[in-house]
Design a protein around this ligand. Sequence first.
Ligand code: SAM
Length: 163
Amino acid sequence: MSRLDSFIRRLEAQRACLNYALTLVRDVPGPIFELGLGNGRTFDHLREHSAGREIFVFERKVAAHPESTPGPKFLFEGPIEESIPAAVTRFQRTVALIHADLGSGRPEIDQKTSAFLAKQVPGLLRPGGIILSDQPLEISGAEVLALPEGVAPGRYSFFRMIG
Ligand code: SAM
């Protein structure tokens, strides 16, 4: 497979997972968390397809186009290791959906970030809430969900909080 084919496949899988997650939380109230703004592509997709739901974005250093950058009320700039614990205190299990797209391509860093995030998720998501992540996660109190059709195993992690 060419690198172009592989890139297209990755983006198609990402879109399929985001769309599936949005259908799963259609009747689950609460905001969406976008972890990793990057150039704002997936933020813009979530915004376009989530019918005005609040989306809070967490990003170490914002560099997206202003049109794909949330307003200051919805933006937590800095490392998630600092911003997420404060969000746990503020949101207290009211979040409907978390999309984590934090991969750096450096496994030793990504494993640490994922281990940190996995511990915080139960304090954020409401029962029935969904997290999808580009990195492998292990989350207590959550069930693993099957990936949408056509998405290769391991490409995304998908969980629903049980209680
Ligand atoms: N979802 C984005 C899009 O569609 O454009 C791409 C996200 S990019 C792959 C990963 C982003 O996560 C980077 O912008 C990086 O700065 C951010 N990031 C990675 N680790 C982070 C951390 N520990 N705290 C905050 N942001 C982090």
